[in-house]
Design a protein around this ligand. Structure first.
Ligand code: PNS
Length: 184
């Protein structure tokens, strides 16, 4: 009996999970911005399951406003309308973590050309570490092209309005945390 015949005899739920395409949207998410949310939302349309994961970027150490769990909590609040999105925190190598999750790909948003070299390097190295892992790039919406968590933090710290840059559900928490940090 070939594999397709076996699959056709399985109960419907098992057939669906058999074809489940799981992807990871990794990032520092300190904090989540409209740009991140857009990529997670669009990934959730393209794939069966999306695991948005707060991971450690060594290049950004000592410069975080929120703890990893707090960042995950903010993402959960913004993605509660997406039933196939799960939010986690993970340590270690993304390439190894993807294997543990059974993920077929990592999804990254690509903003201006300046992102490309860095993202391409990471994609190549992740592929070297896990030959089955693909990286899928989604083009950022033009309104989010120059948006980043660090710019949001800077604008907020200097008293600017961040309403256009972060999801409404988390705006006040971000403002409170950054203003508190700025007072210290
Ligand atoms: O939002 P960021 O900071 O650009 O996300 C970068 C992140 C966290 C995805 C990246 O630093 C990462 O993959 N960290 C996990 C450690 C790892 O696998 N490093 C090697 C990447 S080739």
């Amino acid at each position: 009996m070939n594999i397709n015949t076996v699959k056709s005899k399985l109960p419907r739920t098992e057939r669906i999970s058999d074809f489940m395409r799981t992807v990871i949207c990794p990032g520092s998410f300190d904090p989540i911005t409209n740009g991140h949310l857009d990529i997670i939302e669009r990934s959730s349309v393209l794939f069966d399951k999306v695991i948005a994961t707060v991971m450690f970027n060594p290049a950004k150490k000592n410069n975080f406003c929120f703890s990893p769990e707090e960042r995950a909590e903010l993402i959960r609040r913004c993605t509660s309308h997406l039933p196939n999105v799960e939010v986690r925190v993970a340590d270690g190598l993304l390439a190894e973590y993807a294997k543990e999750c059974g993920a077929i790909a990592v999804v990254k948003g690509l903003r201006a050309m300046s992102d490309f070299e860095y993202e391409f390097q990471q994609a190549q190295l992740n592929k070297k570490l896990n030959s089955e892992l693909e990286t899928v790039f989604i083009d950022t919406k033009s309104e989010n092209m120059y948006l980043s968590s660090s710019m949001v933090k800077q604008i907020c710290e200097l008293g600017g309005d961040i309403s256009d840059f972060v999801p409404a559900a988390v705006r006040d928490d971000i403002v409170k945390r950054i203003m508190r940090g700025a007072e210290k």
